[in-house]
Design a protein around this ligand. Sequence first.
Ligand code: OAD
Length: 365
Amino acid sequence: MGNEESSIVDESTRPSVLDARNIDAVAKYVKDYNVRKVVLMVGAGISTSAGIPDFRSPDTGLYANLAFLDLEEPEDVFDIGFFRQNPKPFYALAHELYPGRYRPTIAHSFVKLLYNKGMLLKHFTQNIDCLERQAGLPGDKIVEAHGSFATQRCIDCKLPFPDDKMHDIVDKAEVPHCLECNGLVKPDIVFFGEALPAVFHENRSLPEEADLCIVMGTSLTVQPFASLPSMCREGTPRVLINMQRVGGLGSRPDDVLVLGDIDAGVRKFARALGWEEELEAVWQETNPDPKAREEENASPQTRDERLRAEIDRLTEDIDRTLGRTDAYQQRVRERLGDYSDSSSSSSSSENGLAHVFPHLARKSH
Ligand code: OAD
């Protein structure tokens, strides 16, 4: 968690609307101005404390770890051309990431609390994990800009595929085929080579109407999503809760940066708003097994250790699903040795996209 000093980019720049550039001033603004139109823009970082890896964190991100699979490039797993030829790696991953295995985080519940209070204008997410739905947000408040696992269809005839059948097949780590034409079925996730859903374009200018913008858990590297914060009017406070500064947030006088762990940042914001207990209560509603949760909280593992353990489990499961042997994995690792070494050095946030998702860096979806 960043301290108060590090949460302010340029203390000499006086805010125009806020009293000061810190989270307490944002909380005061929320009360004084009776804020009713909050927009959120989020990414994979809001789900990492649930155990779902993000994409670009150098050691625990998916792209760094998919390098050990049988893919020429880790991003092939989300490439529509590759999927047509070989859908198995995607379904091995889907088996692991499929909704229902993970609990929403305190950040998801913070958004639900904003909704409960009638303050949520729209939640823009790049995530495909459906955790915002699981946290209780209604579908019409969410823009899943990169699609989600919520629905699926045939990639040839486009016929929707039944949810219950999809669930069974993904559970068995098999590949679903269309009931009509036997084409491949794919969740409505935006793959490379596919357009963003209409709902994104329909709502894209909504941030102009917002009276508060909150950006959390995203590297803001993928367009057109990355341009959403700039759609907010000058003078609309923008809060970034993230491990590091991203996307030019902090450049406007009413930008506030809360750098560090997201869960801690969200709790700090809730405390400033006087919502701490309400937030914990809303989060408890997402708890399927309070006892297990208590034990988990008591675990001395750090966030990175938990994520490392989760990603090890995930890659092992995928290897098993794909029928990989230890000898095979060793060969792949040796083959990828040089690549992995050079890739890890280039996976910094500055050129993260160019490294892991070059096609997305080149052009918008
Ligand atoms: P990234 O992995 O690019 O960025 C996640 C951000 O969250 C990084 O800045 C991390 O430092 C930060 N972060 C992660 N865990 C955190 C924690 N516990 N506390 C604080 N910060 C944390 O993920 P996205 O920005 O969501 O696209 O990636 C955008 C898109 O790139 C994805 O939707 C996906 C990918 O290619 C598609 O699949 C089409």
